[in-house]
Ligand binder design. Sequence first.
Ligand code: KIV
Length: 329
Amino acid sequence: MSLTEFSAGAPLAQGGHSLPKVTMPALGEMKRQGKPISALTAYDYPTARLIDEAGIDLILVGDSLAMVMLGHENTLAVTVDEMLHHTRAVRRGVRRALVVADMPFGSYHGAVSEGVANAVRFIKEAAAEAVKIEGPRVELVRALVESEIPVVGHLGLTPQSVHRMGGYRVQARSIDAVLQLQADAFALAAAGAGAIVLEGIPREAAAAITAALPIPTIGIGAGPDCDGQILVLHDLVNLTFAPPAKFVRRYVDASALFRSAVERYREDVEHHAFPSDAESYHLPKAARRLFAIDPDAAAAREDADAVVNPDTVVNIDAREEMNEEMNQG
Ligand code: KIV
């Protein structure tokens, strides 16, 4: 079975109900109905598939992959081509969730037309269903939406502004800053953004903006009152090699699980305990006798017409018999 094979026709089910494809308008509907939106990052096929099958509504191919997957110090170095590569892999693993591709630093910071051209690549070449951009780039959001590209905005702590912010600091800590953030959120919504990620802001600010905004907010480090929540998958499962931020909840320690599995494997190899006979392929019975390698088979080997080892050659008749049997079986 190929790794990419989905069981034929099986609908994605949660609690026995099949779940319809998530679209950008569906997120708006969830907000209106008061249904929380669940979102996670994914950067590759297996995790995207697991997340999708677990019923998460939105999968973000975040530029956090620069740090989490590629080992960079911040998100700034990742390129459009690298993001496309990961978005394609994620897309192949997802059937239900909305797949949003993060536009990397530099791909939309110049002319609006350049931002649109780069966003088109994510839709056309990687089958993303929306793009996410950081900051109050109202003109660009309008142009993207006019180009039929759904947009998720991202305000508050925007990691691509790390140098301007002087580090990853909680934003909107004064009344003026909250009012500015609120104005930015409204401007993005008016320009056509379908949802907005609110990152690293006080709970009260996120709650006020969420209550007033006509489109969904998806929070990360923004408290529980947003319309949805997003986390970096690798934070959730402890695969980041760094102390977690205050807002991260670790649901499993995958580092410990992986480490222990890999150490056990190494020990098994070193002690000749892996692979076992049951984990090996075998010749058909008759031929096996000729190549007997274990003590139990040694007796059979003595009976054999010929023995194969570095000093002996299988006699021609035995080899022909063996080939015949192997071809039959
Ligand atoms: O790149 C990212 O992971 C993000 C977050 C919102 C999760 O932008």
